[in-house]
Design a protein around this ligand. Structure first.
Ligand SMILES: [Zn+2]
Ligand SMILES: [Zn+2]
Length: 258
């Protein structure tokens, strides 16, 4: 798989870090992990094939993760590039996704489900196992962040790469168990220290989860401006000896099982 960081930041407007969005290219298709408002244009900026995007994952309903969903579909409804598209787009997310989507859609009769191509909204439950593509298995985990928030674990078929995206989460050791041994553990790490809320991680929490989960590599994202001017990877190394990557907008990495 190939991962492109669209947004390594949060809800706070920031000159270098857009709010949450990651592009995952897999053998079975492309997947947008969270759809923040800036992610809609970041995909074009990175030269990614948004016209043929296969699926979207919404982790939870905070606007720095879902605020671009309706605008993206407003774009695909009218953009010249998508008028000839007939391939379906599937949007996965927690229970309540359909209700939220309808609220967006009915706010002004946008008709966002009437597209040149079919769209399916699929709500998934905690611990549900499903196939995103025929070659990509998925499982969810209920995170201590909001009532609906979900982490996602992906596994490519037949010994391919594995990947966990926590999205926003508080600390729980069960999350390390869920992420055990993955090739890339993409974790939120909102704050360096002294986190103001329990529903996010600070560095010590994230590195403790890394130690327990023993992934091949860790990537830290959802970085609040409190991180500005800090070498995130160097700080992480002091707490966990494995490889930690600081997510930066525009970064591209290959996730493999070797
Ligand atoms: Zn967030
Ligand atoms: Zn959140």
């Amino acid at each position: 798989m190939k991962l492109v960081v669209l947004g390594s930041g949060t809800s706070v407007p920031h000159p270098q870090r857009a709010s949450s969005g990651f592009w995952l290219e897999t053998a079975g298709g492309s997947l947008l992990l969270d759809a923040s408002a800036p992610a809609v244009h970041r995909v074009a900026q990175e030269g990614l094939d948004w016209v043929n995007l296969d699926a979207i994952w919404i982790s939870h309903f905070h606007l720095d993760h879902v605020g671009g969903l309706a605008p993206f579909l407003f774009g695909t409804k009218y953009a010249p590039q998508t008028q000839a598209r007939r391939k379906p787009l599937t949007i996965y997310g927690p229970r309540g996704l359909k209700k939220l989507f309808e609220a967006f859609d009915q706010a002004n009769d946008y008709g966002l489900l009437q597209q040149p191509f079919p769209i399916e909204l699929r709500e998934v439950a905690p611990r549900e196992k499903f196939d995103i593509f025929s070659e990509l298995r998925a499982e969810t985990f209920s995170t201590p962040h909001t009532s609906e928030s979900l982490a996602l674990r992906l596994q490519e078929e037949s010994g391919g790469a594995s990947f966990v995206y926590t999205s926003d989460t508080g600390y729980t050791e069960a999350l390390a168990e869920f992420a055990r041994g993955v090739d890339l553990f993409l974790m939120e790490c909102s704050f360096p220290h002294s986190k103001p809320v329990e529903s996010h991680l600070e560095l010590r929490d994230a590195m403790r989860l890394a130690e327990l989960a023993a992934p091949r590599r860790v990537m830290l994202a959802h970085l609040y401006p409190q991180w500005d001017g800090t070498d995130v990877a160097a700080k992480a190394k002091k707490l966990w000896p494995g490889e930690t990557i600081e997510a930066r907008d525009g970064m591209e990495i290959v996730v493999s099982s070797q």
